[in-house]
Design a protein around this ligand. Sequence first.
Ligand code: C2E
Ligand code: CA
Ligand code: CA
Ligand code: CA
Length: 278
Amino acid sequence: AKSAGSGLYARYDPQMHSGLVEKLQLAADLRRALDNGDELQLHYQPTVELRTGDIVGFEALVRWRHPVRGMIPPADFIGLAESTGLIRPLGQWVLAEACRRAVEWGGDKPLTMAVNVSGRQFDQPDLPQVVASVLAETGLPADRLCLEMTESVLMTDTEENLAVLLSLKEIGVRLAIDDFGTGYSSLAYLRRFPVDTLKIDRSFVERLGGTTPDAALARTIVQLGQSLGMATVAEGIEQYAQFLALRRMGCDLGQGYYFARPLPAEEAVALLRDPAAV
Ligand code: C2E
Ligand code: CA
Ligand code: CA
Ligand code: CA
């Protein structure tokens, strides 16, 4: 019915009707979850230095424990948050919570906390002020925060987004391109934007395992990062062979189930304090 393109058909499609109602209900629930309660949580996935095996940071990943529907994965509500404008308060909450943890856990060794920032958040010209005030409130040094964005941020509203990224750079935060290699950003964009880190998409890491391993794409991204002076992080490392291949290529950092899944705060800090115990 969705593709029928006929207004009449769509209007009488009860499934589409319930879809809309459900969406509105979910948006209301999300608004409520943001206002009160502990339904929203962050899980933290360690980032590991491939050469040494040390945990050098975490990526914060949002989770929603809905009182009726149970766990709703971010893929099922980030889009809704974007289309309703709720991404703004949600993004601010994620940022503040992740920075608080980074300060709490940092102590003797400096940790980098990576936070996902939706393209919609870059549409807010005051994003740099929001980031600066969270850093000031939490006391996290700017270079301990890494903001992850997708290639689309480099490709749309280029001038406005470039201005926002330059302001963020001035504050001193790090910037990473997430899911690198899946979009269509050109090398010219990469050089123009003040990016510190490339995160190699899981799809390329997957090809390093299995029966017909294909290392060419991952290797190309690592070399690209090296020649542009950017750090490289491989996401979705699940197997020892993938870890080994990436380390041999000179990829700097890695994340994935091979090291650890995203963990609740208490488990993440336990892993940080005593990696052998987990
Ligand atoms: P992402 O930023 O690419 O995050 C990586 C996703 O891969 C996470 O899914 C993580 O749990 C999963 N993952 C990590 N290691 C492995 C592995 O070894 N194998 C496999 N198969 N998966 C692995 P998650 O937590 O469901 O997040 C999905 C997406 O939702 C994220 O993709 C990110 O784009 C978005 N997201 C999550 N949290 C936030 C947030 O706070 N703000 C915004 N704007 N987006 C978020
Ligand atoms: Ca990410
Ligand atoms: Ca924009
Ligand atoms: Ca990804």
